[in-house]
Design a protein around this ligand. Structure first.
Ligand SMILES: *[C@@H]1O[C@H](CO)[C@@H](O)[C@H](O)[C@H]1NC(C)=O
Length: 506
């Protein structure tokens, strides 16, 4: 009796529990037994690999739930996997940090989710993923499509023009994560829009509302057009837009200010300059209250706003505008003109040049980077470190040993083992995490090789030998190396709790 009752009670409780979880959440939690079937059974699945203790995962949870509920009606499924319980499953999919989000179209077609971790962003990103790369439009659907996203592109193509169709489709497939793409071959629609096929019209919910591309269809030209026309004349730098600006291939001019009113005021005042340099220099305001520390990265003082600076994003050079001067249309106009004419020297953050090198590791600073690292006659191994980085500290004694071995060998004039504090010195390299180790081979300074092996003296020697011009091999005297765990890099996502960021991340 008792037993039966207990079992029944237990079953009821269990089923209630399951029911409650289902009712409360549209996110399906998966494990190794359910994962494959779920992915195979749904055309489009976004899966989050998480750990319960991870702060970013906790912040994502309510956003993820909200997106799951919105996307339910579109039959786009959101799932999650707890990697502390399903380590094998997470390993299978190469999960290295939390949270990791991946898009599954079956088990073989997997792409990383690269959008923001907010409900609206996840929703719009996944809807784009669910549509064909190009939506075919008619007179009934064109109007709605124009405002379906902040930026949409519509191609007007003759039905017989296969080449233009193909070119446009290729661009769409490549950029489907960034924009919505539509197309029509209805000549009447082209005429109503005032264009002659083939043409692309980009509709945007800001600035002048639309822009038109009427050149010959060419992938690169359309890409460039989309990039330029979709960037607001005076945009805003923030976590959502920063990487776009950094990868735009043109300089970014920052307008730092602590208040929204002043950002608007300055934006309006500088708009004609942004217009003049459209497609050549991006202009954006940045909230100095939230992201004031970024001013330091541009070699501005981070306690005096408003401020203005230009960043050359390809070579990562900084051109801070004198903070003692007032920011007006006139002053900035002539500053930007001078910058554009190559009349301004980039500012270079650098520690003082060391009077002499104390240890076996050559200390590089901003001002000596070119002379030492780019010395074409030498293989230069350089470590980019941050003083606060734990992995860097752990590496230090081994790195000294390595340098010492080379400095005592026949290769002492051919191989340089160097380091630079990348938080105190400007370096042209883009550093994703600390430590980053690169070899600049003699005679091939334009082709540095990034080290990704384990951080042992032995493996580093092998790396210098493999990739350097001189194939320089030295041998370790004693086998004192203890095996280490696979090298981990302190990236922003794992060290952000400590409020530390690499020098050019936002
Ligand atoms: C482009 O080509 C595809 C495949 O042939 C076709 O389905 C589509 O209608 C074409 N688009 C236009 C705008 O003609």
């Amino acid at each position: 009796m008792y037993t039966t009752r207990n079992i029944l009670f237990g079953l009821l409780a269990a089923s209630t529990g399951v029911y409650a979880a289902d009712a409360a959440s549209d996110v399906t939690q998966l494990n190794k037994d359910t994962f494959d079937d779920f992915v195979k059974g749904n055309d489009l699945v976004l899966a989050e690999f998480f750990a319960p203790w991870c702060g970013h995962c906790k912040a994502l949870a309510p956003e993820y739930e909200e997106a799951a509920t919105t996307l339910k009606e579109k039959s786009i499924k959101l799932a999650k996997v707890d990697c502390t319980e399903e380590s094998e499953l997470c390993q299978t999919y190469g999960v290295e940090g939390y949270p990791t989000l991946k898009i599954f179209r079956g088990l073989d077609n997997i792409t990383p989710y690269t959008g923001q971790r907010k409900a609206a962003a996840i929703t719009s990103y996944m809807i784009k993923q669910s549509l064909p790369a190009v939506s075919l439009l008619t007179s009934e659907t064109l109007e709605d499509f124009k405002t379906a996203d902040k930026v949409v592109l519509v191609a007007f193509i003759d039905a017989s023009d296969k080449a233009s169709n193909e070119t446009y489709t290729k661009v769409a497939e490549k950029y489907r994560d960034s924009y919505l793409f539509g197309a029509t071959n209805d000549a009447a629609l082209a005429e109503a829009e005032g264009v002659k096929a083939p043409a692309v019209v980009l509709y945007k919910q800001f600035d002048e509302g639309k822009a038109t591309f009427t050149e010959k269809f060419d992938e690169e030209a359309i890409e460039k057009f989309a990039k330029v026309a979709s960037t607001p004349l005076i945009g805003e730098v923030g976590p959502d837009t920063y990487s776009g600006y950094m990868s735009a291939g043109i300089p970014l001019a920052y307008i730092f200010s602590e208040t929204a009113e002043e950002r608007k005021e300055l934006g309006d005042a500088l708009k004609p300059i942004a217009e003049k340099y459209r497609g050549k220099i991006n202009f954006a305001t940045i909230d100095a209250q939230a992201f004031g520390a970024h001013a330091n990265n541009l070699n501005l003082k981070a306690d005096k706003f408003p401020a203005f600076a230009i960043q050359e994003t390809v070579k990562n050079q900084k051109y801070p505008f004198d903070q003692e001067k007032e920011i007006t249309y006139e002053t900035i106009s002539s500053f930007v003109d001078d910058f554009s004419a190559g009349k301004i020297e980039p500012s270079l953050k650098s520690e003082p040049i060391p009077e002499k090198q104390e240890g076996p590791v050559t200390v590089v600073v901003g001002k000596t980077y070119e002379d030492i690292v780019l010395d074409d006659s030498k293989d230069v191994l350089i470590e980019f470190y941050a003083p606060w980085c734990g992995h860097c500290k752990a590496l230090a004694p081994k790195y000294e040993d390595l340098a010492s071995l080379y400095s005592k060998s026949e290769f002492k004039d051919k191989v340089v083992i160097a380091k630079v504090d990348a938080t105190a010195n400007d370096v042209p390299d883009e550093i994703q995490g600390f430590p980053t180790i690169k070899l600049y081979p003699a005679g091939a300074k334009d082709k540095p090789v990034t080290y990704s092996g384990s951080r042992t003296v032995e493996d580093l020697i092998e790396f210098v030998k493999e990739n350097g011009k001189y194939k320089a091999e030295v041998s370790e005297k004693q086998e004192e190396e203890t095996p280490v765990a696979p090298a981990a890099t302190e990236s922003k996502s794992t060290s952000s709790e400590a409020a530390e960021s690499t020098h050019d991340e936002l």
